[in-house]
Design a protein around this ligand. Structure first.
Ligand code: AMP
Length: 118
């Protein structure tokens, strides 16, 4: 059994979040600690812990993350200037919440792709 994270509770609307989009496959809500003017998390409703746990049965859900990301980027007015999509995996990837999610970041230049570790 996959352990539940707070993201499952947000998806079920049991704890508050600024949800900007939801359908039967994914939920998108604003990051509580935004790193850019637009910082939205797009989360499959199915609680897949990490990219390492992805299977072929998840292809439709995960492809849909991109469709929703593109739609939200348009709505946020950041599509033309551009934005960054990030999926972190495990410790070296900097993953904190073990319910796979895509970060949509934009509204300012996002800088170098990878920062040097301190
Ligand atoms: P990651 O490092 O990829 O696992 O990112 C987890 C993200 O979840 C971080 O950017 C957090 O700021 C964000 N986060 C944690 N708790 C919440 C919450 N309750 N509502 C919205 N975002 C959250």
């Amino acid at each position: 059994m996959t352990e539940e994270t707070l993201f499952s509770k947000i998806i079920r609307r049991e704890i508050p979040a600024d949800i900007v989009y939801q359908d039967e496959r994914v939920t998108a809500f604003r990051d509580i600690n935004p790193q850019a003017p637009t910082h939205i998390l797009i989360v499959p409703n199915k609680p897949i812990p990490t990219v390492n746990d992805v299977g072929e049965e998840d292809e439709a859900d995960l492809g849909h993350l991109f469709v929703v990301a593109a739609r939200l980027a348009q709505e946020e007015g950041i599509a033309e200037n551009g934005y960054r999509l990030i999926v972190n995996c495990n410790r070296h990837g900097g993953q904190i919440v073990f319910h796979l999610h895509m970060h949509l970041l934009g509204g300012r230049p996002m800088g170098r792709m990878v920062s040097q570790p301190k």
